[in-house]
Ligand binder design. Sequence first.
Ligand code: PAF
Length: 282
Amino acid sequence: MLVAETIGEIRRNVRQARTEGKTMGLVPTMGALHAGHASLVEVARARCDHVVVSIFVNPTQFGPGEDLEKYPRPLEKDLELCRAHGVAAVFAPTPAEMYPREKLTWVTVEKLTTPLCGRSRPGHFRGVTTVCAKLFNIVGPDVAFFGQKDAQQAVVIRRMVADLNLPLEIVICPTVREPDGLAVSSRNQYLNPQQRRDAAIIYQSLEKCRTLVEAGARDADEIRAQMQATLAQVPALEAEYVEIVDAETLRPVDPLAGKVLVAIAAHLGATRLIDNISLDIR
Ligand code: PAF
């Protein structure tokens, strides 16, 4: 497995694989790899001959006061996971390699980036789309793989790729969960044991929504109130939003109909967690 720190190295690796007729898969990550990332790599390996994982804690998607400095960076462990899952090459650049000069050019997706996480994290999605556009240009994958856990990110990246006619396919893979339902996330490791137990309430609240919808409920405000009540069982948890939106436009839907995204962002102490489920309501 090649570990490339420079754009030149990874481009040479990809070019060589291309001359061998291989198809190219990219799994963009910020490292601190876990079972969710491993599942993305597995899907990528089933689809593509040559899988590249990028590991880059992207400073442009963190706002002031967010966890850029403390974000875990266990590179050796990450490389082990990549080796164990048959990754062909890891691209792990430094910030200076990715952003060598004053940053004047951005890729911005409008409208889809303002609701949900966009409200509390202005500039976050601009950083995500810009770094993804750069990674797509550097690696040139046929397919890039992302997790459904970051549902808004997935919608935004798909839209960027469509609007800019970028020549790749975006594949979104299901959220991987712990046995108690908590979505696997690199940020779960910030939680203390009590917070870790409490965090399971987020998925219970999402499941509450599913149960209500299956029982025929369609009124968004009523459903959201019951989801909030479920979250309130953990007083230490502070809900940032509980939203039911159209899965494509991310606009609120009421009454519930069609493909909807049910999404929660919540804080446990200093840790911000997000999760969602998708429902197809006929
Ligand atoms: O989902 C992530 O880990 C990041 O937002 C991504 C897509 C790798 C861009 O930095």
